[in-house]
Design a binder for this molecule. Sequence first.
Ligand SMILES: [Zn+2]
Length: 160
Amino acid sequence: MERGMQGRIEAPVGRRTLVQSDKTQAQPAHKAIRVAADGSAVIEGRKCVDCGAVVADATMACRACGSRTPLEAVRAGPGGKVFSWSVIHRSYPGIPVPFVSAIVDLDGGLTLKGTLRGIAPEAVHPDLAVEAVIDDAGGILDKEGRPYVGFHFVPKGVGQ
Ligand SMILES: [Zn+2]
């Protein structure tokens, strides 16, 4: 974490640096994202110690086996493989189309849906190796001016 000009903090977030002011704390845009006080972020799942199922959020009981043993935090990704995907042509303001919405099985057992960038839609295939990249959720801010931390996927080795 480095202090830059005018009291702003520059903190590494995945491969990017998220810039936030001293008075704003980045907010996770997804329940599987954990943001530390320094602005760094990771993707974390909750794992059932009895059956090994991994989900994005803590629940009172495991959805797979019904165990009430508290779920434990596990790091997920950044690597993973495409399980399924759709090519989205429906546009909304500020979002160029088409884009690929993918279901990805991350290393660590967590499965997430997210946008897959850096590849032509017709080149996507099952088990395509990808990486999750922590991002700034398109630069949007909440009503208090706090930035969001999101994620997207890219083919492995492509970069951001
Ligand atoms: Zn379970």
